[in-house]
Design a protein around this ligand. Structure first.
Ligand SMILES: NC(=O)c1ccc[n+]([C@@H]2O[C@H](COP(=O)([O-])OP(=O)(O)OC[C@H]3O[C@@H](n4cnc5c(N)ncnc54)[C@H](OP(=O)(O)O)[C@@H]3O)[C@@H](O)[C@H]2O)c1
Length: 379
């Protein structure tokens, strides 16, 4: 490290990844500095963050009703695109949900910023554009999501061919639920993730395993690995975050605590590593029973449906993303049963007429249409 303090813009600073990223930055004041913070409607939380961190810029949705008076920070207000292209910014962390981050990510890449990528939707929908623009502008895509981050750590310094990648899954909050009552699982049960504290959408996705479908697509774009070389396995303890097998049969695994601060830190400080006292260390002797299982299709019907759909390429991944966004929203609003998520996904997929060689606007329109179809579903 050359003494340069990296400037960071955080899109989604009030969310699960965003708040943990702030914790990481606070541990390294001589290495990282927050330049921009963007959120949507959590005005009170953003207000606190601005008071504490004093960023140069901040962004919030002014159309949302709010009890918090943001007028005293009006001078900091910036459009998200300006926060992503500002001269003081080296890395943009994309930690928003949905597709908000897609255009700002591409703008940031075009102005030479590295992207710490947490938001899955942007790589699923705009993978082609993000990867090709990143190559063109020689910027790095730094994976934050713990599984792609683990794969990335495993392949550091490796030049030989990858034989197989094992993406691990905790199995989610409903992994031990009786199959007969699984479909009626409540929101409360579904939100109780055994290992990770995450935002609501991704917590539901980890119970259906749609989260893993998205990570497989992510891995394909980020590491250019063919479908048949990616396996997803259930590893209840969430200590091995993924593994890579090379042609000689040797396997590298990335192991660590179930703490998102760890992959966030690796991405923001890459290629350097520093001790962070706020991250617990992994002790093998306290983890004597690390287990691996195959995916039970009866428990996770969305997984196979999702993978088979994603493999078809073109607009199919955008359908998955949009339909899942709508279905999970309905579930979280208490409008459908847990089993309704699969029913809606299946319905929207069946109705989709794919577009060959889609443009980014085709992909975004497909996401939006699939979301609308899902949210208006009657199941
Ligand atoms: N949580 C994890 O551990 C984890 C792990 C790997 C990957 N990811 C991925 O990271 C992304 C974020 O996940 P999360 O769990 O952190 O979500 P979350 O807790 O729900 O937080 C979402 C954040 O995005 C902000 N946001 C949403 N729409 C916005 C908009 N239009 N403009 C500006 N800000 C907006 C929210 O602001 P408000 O609070 O103001 O609404 C909030 O700060 C997702 O794509 C997820 O799949 C998450």
């Amino acid at each position: 490290m050359d003494g340069h303090i990296k400037g960071i813009t955080i899109l989604g600073s009030t969310g699960s990844v965003g708040t943990q990223a702030i914790e990481v930055v606070k541990q390294f004041p001589d290495k990282l500095k927050i330049i921009g913070l963007a959120a949507k409607s959590s005005h009170a939380k953003l207000f606190q963050q601005i008071q504490e961190i004093s960023p140069l810029m901040a962004s919030w949705d002014k159309t949302q009703n709010s009890k918090t008076d943001m007028t005293q920070y009006q001078n900091l207000y910036s459009e998200i695109s300006d926060m992503c292209t500002n001269n003081n910014v080296d890395i943009v962390l994309t930690a928003t949900t949905g597709i908000t981050a897609i255009h700002p990510t591409i703008q940031a890449i075009k102005s030479g910023k590295n992207i710490a990528l947490a938001n899955k939707e942007s790589i699923i929908i705009a993978g082609e554009q993000i990867i090709s623009e990143a190559k063109k502008h020689s910027v790095e895509i730094l994976p934050v999501d713990s599984e792609p981050n683990a794969i990335w750590q495993c392949i550091q310094g490796e030049k030989s061919e990858i034989n197989r990648v094992f993406i691990t899954s905790s199995g989610g909050s409903l992994r031990s639920k009786n199959l007969d009552t699984l479909g009626n699982s409540t929101i409360e049960e579904t939100m109780k993730h055994p290992n990770w504290a995450m935002g609501p959408k991704i917590t539901v996705d980890s119970a259906t395993l749609m989260n893993k479908v998205f990570e497989v697509i992510e891995a394909k774009w980020l590491f250019d690995i063919p479908w048949e070389k990616i396996d997803v396995i259930v590893h209840n303890q969430s200590k091995i975050h993924s593994m890579v097998e090379f042609v000689d049969g040797s396997i590298k695994a990335q192991i660590g605590p179930s703490d998102m601060k760890s992959p966030i830190q690796y991405a923001l400080l890459y290629p350097d590593r520093f001790k962070n006292p706020s991250i617990n260390q992994f002790n093998p002797l306290e983890n004597k029973n690390l287990t691996f299982e195959e995916i039970d299709p009866r428990r996770y019907p969305c997984f196979e449906l999702g993978i088979e759909t994603a493999k078809k390429g073109n607009t199919w991944p955008a359908v998955l993303c949009g339909a899942d966004e709508g279905a999970v929203e309905l579930f979280l609003r208490g409008k459908i049963k847990f089993s309704g998520i699969f029913t809606i996904l299946n319905q929207v997929i069946k109705n989709h007429i794919p577009i060959q060689s889609p443009s980014l606007s085709d992909m975004m329109a497909t996401f939006q249409n699939s979301y609308t179809e899902a949210i208006n579903s009657k199941v």
